[in-house]
Design a protein around this ligand. Structure first.
Ligand code: AMP
Ligand code: MG
Length: 493
């Protein structure tokens, strides 16, 4: 396929208007690119020629061997706090933005290659990606998207025909990633750390225009921008918690300005409910453990607020510190409110009562104590809503605490008009049957190493309608077999 193929129509606002925020990049040449996963629905949403792209010729375009017409490949500059320590210069060390496409719903989307070779930001790295992490990111992005959680997505995974060194030889791959943008908290930090207030202002204006256009003419718009980003991020993290997702590496360079889940590295879903769950091999202190994610979101948002202090008006820096601190300090309360709304829906409550938080917290404590599978609990609770406790009761073996809790929960639901079957149906719309369970993802990754993508395809099918039970997918509802053992994920490098 030549560079005109594929139906790409780029409109590269970042390259055009944000000089100084990036360095142009050149993709590596790969010996034998092959598309192993292709996201047809996403391709169509982007207005691309899906049929012709998902071909051996299309692989040349999707790995960067042939630059599609209109692409303007560049690597973005960003800094970031990694596990609390500040690195003033990270940037796209193994990624390049090809450009932006206005999708069929009018939304501007970044198209980025990840793993496409060295850039000006690569430092000691090879700029490449291994197949395993690329697949994990593809699967997780689809899982989250179909769960209704804001996320970047993969258009394709392409093996490169190259072998790369990652504690042994691994197959190389490129992920073609689609994002509302790749602006990060770390992008702001890069310029703020250099004291470049004008660049911070320019970046904020660009981000507002692209992601918060309703604020364009607001009074104190940079302050409102901070407020709006806080709200989006808290809503996002609450959703992670509600489905049992652990991002695993919430560094400030992995927190997006658009409010999407980004940079899937050592991420995982919890099985048994455990607020202390940590899966990442590099997270020794549990900084980014499951239950600590709201705390880390606040920490990151505080770092973001600091980058805006020079531009927040009026009243100058002193007033800005006061106002921004007030916003940051109320985050725990704001988060609890957002989370509570989601949890009420998960247990089938329609109305709000003050004691609901105790009902929910006691449920979580019982679940933790009995190591009950988090996802199944809520699906089985829907059976209870419809009048049958058998399934839920079985999850708890001898533990009688659940009986007591069920009694309280029933009394609470009786205060609402909704009848049982209707409540169950509502609950099933917010409580997934299928999540990207760790053992299933691992099975997909190891089969894919030997060229078998059928497991991945099947898992993606289950994940495409996560709230609906499917015939023939019963095993996908089950937690990991007992011998699966303690799960560790490795960073996506
Ligand atoms: P990540 O762990 O993907 O969030 O990346 C953290 C930083 O390390 C970013 O600046 C990446 O661009 C960079 N990086 C990660 N892997 C590589 C690699 N293989 N080659 C060059 N840079 C990398
Ligand atoms: Mg990253």
């Amino acid at each position: 396929m030549n560079k005109e193929g594929g139906g790409f129509e780029f409109d590269n606002s970042f390259a055009r208007t944000m000089e100084g925020f990036y360095i142009r990049a050149k993709a590596a040449k790969f010996p034998a690119p092959k598309i192993v996963l292709f996201n047809g629905p996403l391709a169509r949403q982007l207005g691309l020629d899906a049929k012709n792209l998902n071909t051996p010729e299309g692989a040349e375009l999707l790995c960067g061997n042939v630059m599609p017409e209109g692409a303007d490949p560049l690597s973005q500059a960003y800094a970031g706090h990694q596990f609390g320590g500040f690195s003033p210069r990270l940037g796209d060390g193994r990624a390049m933005l090809l450009g932006e496409i206005i999708d069929t719903s009018g939304q501007r989307q970044d198209l980025q290659l990840k793993g496409s070779g060295r850039t000006e930001f690569s430092r000691g790295g090879d700029g490449k990606a291994a197949l395993g992490p690329v697949l994990r990111e593809y699967i997780m992005g689809e899982a989250m998207h179909n769960l209704g959680i804001a996320t970047t997505r993969a258009l394709a995974a392409v093996t490169t025909g190259e072998s790369i060194e990652r504690e042994g030889a691994k197959q190389g791959a490129v992920l073609v990633r689609v994002a509302a943008s790749h602006l990060r908290v770390g992008t702001f930090q890069y310029f703020a750390a250099r004291g470049d207030v004008e660049k911070v202002r320019q970046l904020a204006d660009y981000a507002i225009e692209r992601h918060y256009p309703e604020l364009k003419d607001a009074n104190n718009k940079y302050f409102e921008f901070l407020r709006a980003l806080i709200k989006r991020q808290l809503s996002l993290v609450a959703k992670w918690i509600e489905v049992g997702f652990v991002h695993g590496v919430m560094n400030t360079d992995n927190m997006s300005i658009s409010g999407e889940t980004i940079d899937y590295g050592p991420c995982a879903f919890i099985d048994a409910y455990n607020p202390g769950a940590v899966f990442s091999s590099i997270d020794q202190n549990g900084r980014y453990g499951f239950g600590n994610q709201p705390v880390m979101a606040q920490w990151n948002l505080a770092r973001f607020a600091e980058t805006l202090l020079g531009v927040i008006e009026p009243g100058g820096p002193e007033k800005a510190v006061e106002a921004a601190s007030a916003l940051i300090n109320q985050i725990p309360e704001q988060y609890t409110g957002i989370w509570l709304r989601g949890m009420r829906a998960k247990i089938g409550l329609d109305t709000e009562e003050e004691n609901d938080i105790d009902l929910i917290n006691s449920m979580l404590a019982i679940m933790e104590n009995s190591q009950v599978d988090y996802t199944r609990f809520f699906r089985f609770l829907a059976f209870s809503a419809a009048g049958d406790d058998t399934a839920l009761r079985k999850l708890f073996a001898q533990d009688a605490a659940i009986d007591n809790w069920l009694e309280k929960w029933r009394a609470r639901t009786k205060k609402e008009a909704l009848e049982g079957a209707a409540r169950a149906e509502k609950m099933n719309k917010v409580n997934p049957v299928y999540i990207a369970r760790n053992h299933l993802v691992e099975n997909c990754l190891s089969a894919a190493e030997s060229g078998d993508f059928s497991k991945t395809d099947k898992l993606l099918t289950a994940l495409s309608t996560p709230y609906k039970s499917r015939m023939g997918f019963e095993l996908y509802e089950q937690p990991a077999p007992k011998d699966f053992g303690p799960y560790k994920t490795f960073c996506g490098t």
